[in-house]
Design a protein around this ligand. Structure first.
Ligand code: FAD
Length: 246
């Protein structure tokens, strides 16, 4: 039997993603502290921050010469809500990331589905590895919206029908599409986040261009905003050195 009140079972459609920084211990001083143990041993926070120009120079040098480990002594935990197809791509990032995602076995999945908004370019032109996305026509936009919504509703009704007949959640969920929203905690450090951003965002300063799917890029852009605020010197050095993770 379904364990969710009927009013919550009405499908809703979203074109955005949510990224919330729920916990962090991350500052430029963490990079300095880790790097300076090489040359001067332990230092107080005051000593570390005494000479801002020197700090900036050191972080830039570490980034440029790809001395990566000082960028690992920090932590950021994000709560992310996004379609399942985004999480499939996200969880390919294995190193320096920890994940916990909501369970389709232990809880009933809610009917929240992804439908791209009018800004999302719909048509791919070119061949794999060398292509661009361009606007769709109004007809294509209407088609995407209509067919997605119809098939989402149908899939969710099938899910509900099976639950109502006593079928286990882990079996009934097979009919749900990858456009269903899921949620997870993802914890990383600045080094693993930089690697992610290098691959999953497009940026004019990137030395090595990447061609991510727009929806994972939307998640990446929101994480980037939070990180930039926490570690401004590291963020500036990342950009200045072509957005290649050290
Ligand atoms: C635009 C784009 C398109 C993609 N298309 C596809 C696709 O069509 N099909 C598909 O399957 N994947 C695809 N991917 C996923 C891609 O292959 C990577 O799995 C993903 O980007 C994670 O990168 P990563 O392995 O470098 O990251 P992480 O897993 O976080 O690893 C970080 C780094 O650790 C090292 N490392 C990790 N594991 C190993 C290992 N086993 N051996 C040696 N070194 C290791 C590497 O240096 C690696 O760069 C795509 C990714 C992008 C960005």
């Amino acid at each position: 039997m379904s364990d969710t009140p009927a009013e919550d079972l009405k499908p809703s459609f979203r074109s955005d993603v949510t990224v919330e920084l729920v916990k962090h211990s991350a500052a430029d001083a963490d990079v300095l502290f880790a790097a300076r143990v090489s040359t001067v041993g332990e230092q107080s926070l005051e000593e570390l921050q005494k000479d801002p120009e020197r700090s900036k120079g050191l972080i830039n040098y570490l980034m440029r010469d790809r001395h990566g480990s000082p960028f690992e002594h920090n932590s950021m935990t994000f709560f992310i809500s996004a379609p399942i197809f985004v999480f499939r791509e996200f969880m390919r990032h294995r190193v320096g990331w920890s994940y916990n995602e909501e369970s389709g076995r232990y809880r009933e999945l809610q009917p929240v589905f992804y439908v791209p908004d009018a800004d999302r370019k719909l048509v791919q032109q070119g061949r794999p590895g060398k292509y661009v996305f361009v606007e769709g026509t109004e007809e294509q936009q209407a088609l995407v919206e209509r067919t997605m919504e119809t098939s989402y509703v149908q899939a969710y009704e099938a899910y509900q029908e099976m639950l109502a007949a006593g079928v286990a959640r882990e079996v009934a969920r097979s009919v749900l599409p990858v456009g269903l929203f899921s949620s997870m905690y993802a914890t990383c450090n600045a080094r693993s986040l930089m690697h992610f951003l290098g691959l999953r965002t497009q940026h004019e300063l990137a030395k090595v261009p990447s061609f991510p799917q727009r929806e994972i890029e939307m998640v990446g852009e929101k994480m980037e905003q939070e990180w930039a605020r926490l570690m401004p010197l590291t963020y500036a050095a990342f950009n200045a050195n072509g957005r290649v993770a050290p």
